[in-house]
Design a protein around this ligand. Structure first.
Ligand SMILES: Nc1ncnc2c1ncn2[C@@H]1O[C@H](COP(=O)(O)OP(=O)(O)OP(=O)(O)O)[C@@H](O)[C@H]1O
Ligand SMILES: [Mg+2]
Length: 328
């Protein structure tokens, strides 16, 4: 028998005025797995977390988390979930240990200290537990936030962009910790990301989300397996036209994205020599071949690259905006 559902939703919908932020989404997340919502900025990822955690009212549909209905049994749900927000929620003037203490008080936890010590050990923060959080690095803060969310031993933890604003190596070490939280603490994880490689590395199952709708759901390899084409991303000099690119043998579709052309081709190895011949090397400024991957799955299903709005520069600004907001 397969594991029970940790999260189930049918027809989950959120309207903000006339904006359909989440559009009749169905979800089924098996207990004990890591599930990823992968989509660009504004896709509706955070809104789904808010609906499932009871922070926002459903406009339509039903959802249950840890076996309880989010509308009718919100308290039972809250007791069984942890939430790691994209923005920083720690108190900078308190130490790591005091933040844990505060969390325990807010949640009226009884015997929380052994668990807090275990979590500090797991996240390698024991040495710094008496230091004020303002002296922590960004990665340490994120670890402490996850520790706070795990303090009351939730069954399900929601992580909204857990690695946003982190450098690549800290991001990778956090991936290992998140995998460990799932395996060693037996917690079901729902995370959001717009980093393709993050969803690929961490998640058992992924839903690709765009404009409030699930475009596809499956394991990372199932999603990659649906892609039949290669994509060639090309930056060319001004004289190159869509008509010219369409005439190149093997090119099935031509689109533009920013300054680049995106060519859908059956087989890039066969098409590239034709492309070089048609354009001449001097007219090619940059060229990138995308073999079947989650990135190309997203491209094929939505017609755009996932990171078109969400570059690291964008993340960085958003991260600090969130920090400022959380301080107000
Ligand atoms: N409180 C709100 N009031 C009105 N519109 C909102 C509100 N919160 C979100 N939205 C809108 O709903 C849509 C989905 O937003 P959401 O924050 O869920 O996206 P997201 O996928 O989390 O994006 P990001 O990657 O930027 O965090 C966006 O168009 C956003 O502007
Ligand atoms: Mg978000």
């Amino acid at each position: 028998m397969s594991a029970p559902s940790a999260i189930r939703a049918t027809g989950l919908t959120k309207l903000y005025g006339k904006l359909l932020a989440v559009d009749h989404v169905d979800m089924d997340v098996r207990a004990g797995t890591i599930f990823g919502l992968l989509g660009p900025n504004g896709a509706g990822k955070t809104t789904i977390i808010k609906l499932l955690t009871g922070l926002s009212d459903l406009s339509d549909g039903q959802a249950s988390v840890a076996g309880y209905d989010v509308v009718r049994q919100p308290m039972q749900v809250k007791q069984r979930i942890g939430w790691v927000a994209a923005e920083v929620i720690l108190d900078d003037d308190l130490s790591g240990w005091e933040n844990l203490w505060l969390q325990a008080k807010l949640q009226r936890l009884g015997d929380w200290k052994p668990r807090a010590e275990e979590l500090l050990r797991y996240f390698s923060l024991t040495d710094r537990r008496e230091d004020k959080v303002k002296t922590y690095s960004t990665g340490m803060r994120k670890k402490l936030e996850i520790a706070l969310a795990l303090l009351h031993q939730p069954e399900v933890i929601f992580m909204d962009e857990p690695t946003i604003g982190l450098d690549a190596s800290t991001r990778r070490s956090l991936w290992e910790l998140i995998t460990g939280v799932n395996r060693e603490f037996g917690v079901t994880v729902l995370l959001t990301s717009h980093y393709i490689e993050e969803a690929d590395a961490l998640c058992h199952n992924i839903s690709i989300i765009d404009q409030g709708r699930f475009i596809a759901t499956g394991t990372p390899s199932e999603l990659k397996g649906r892609v039949r084409s290669d994509f060639i991303e090309l930056e060319a000099s001004d004289g190159v036209t869509e008509e010219l690119l369409r005439s190149v043998p093997g090119v099935a579709e031509v689109r533009t994205q920013g300054k680049a052309w995106i060519l859908k081709v059956a087989n890039s190895e066969e098409t590239l020599p034709h492309l070089f011949r048609a354009l001449g090397p001097e007219r090619i400024r940059r060229l990138n071949v995308e073999k079947p991957s989650l990135e190309s799955a997203f491209l094929e299903m939505t017609g755009k690259k996932i990171d078109q709005a969400g570059s690291d520069v964008h993340d960085y600004r958003k991260f600090y905006l969130n920090v400022r907001r959380s301080r107000q």
